[in-house]
Design a protein around this ligand. Structure first.
Ligand code: AR6
Length: 180
């Protein structure tokens, strides 16, 4: 499944799929503050990318929520992995929206600093970290759209959503039709 939202001649895409298979300059990992791996998309990225990514992560000394760090992509098709740490959801009134927006924005700032043009994101914090996807999707989308409008170097942002319900929530939040 696929949907596209044009932004000033560039593209915000939604696809259902596996982020580890994306051929983009950087894929974003939904990491934890240790940066030493975990389950979910984090586990999948380290499995697919190999031990080189973890070896680089060990040198970074962790990453606070709302921040991001960059490593190479190891064996992945993507040249880089941007490790972003989202918030653990508590009640939605404890700074989670700001921390989630910061995780997306800082990831894109790192992409710009490294002269990368195409970036794929998972749905940060909506798995093990428990952020309701209906609340997280508009924050993720608004943050990325705002950034793309002011940073023309970012040519493509692709949200790679693992399951159909998550894809549908993002598609509705973006207000676009799915294509096949
Ligand atoms: N491709 C794309 N999306 C995926 C993939 C994949 N291969 N695998 C899972 N997802 P989560 P979080 C989706 O739990 O909530 C880790 O242990 C998944 O269905 O990976 O930010 C870290 O180390 C969900 O929609 O990340 C942290 O400790 C989304 O990715 C913690 O989990 C995010 O789910 C971070 O939790």
């Amino acid at each position: 499944m696929y949907a596209v939202f044009p932004i000033d001649g560039r593209r915000l895409e939604l696809v259902q799929g596996d982020i580890t298979r994306q051929e983009v300059d950087a894929i974003v990992n939904a990491a934890n503050p240790s940066l030493l791996g975990g389950g979910g998309v984090d586990g999948a990225i380290h499995r697919a990318g190999g031990p080189e990514i973890l070896a680089e992560c060990r040198q970074l000394g962790g990453c606070p929520p709302g921040e991001a760090r960059i490593t190479t992509g190891g064996r992945l098709k993507a040249r880089y992995v941007i490790h972003a740490v989202g918030p653990v959801y508590y009640d939605g009134k404890s700074g989670e929206p700001e921390t989630l927006a910061n995780a997306y924005r800082r990831s894109l700032e790192l992409a710009s600093e490294h002269r990368l043009h195409t970036v794929a994101f998972p749905s940060i914090s909506t798995g093990a970290y428990g952020y309701p996807v209906e609340q997280a999707a508009p924050i993720a989308l608004h943050t990325v759209i705002d950034y793309m409008r002011t940073h023309p170097e970012i040519e493509l942002v692709r949200f790679v959503l693992y399951d159909t319900p998550t894809f549908e929530v993002y598609r509705r939040a973006l207000g676009v039709q799915a294509e096949t």
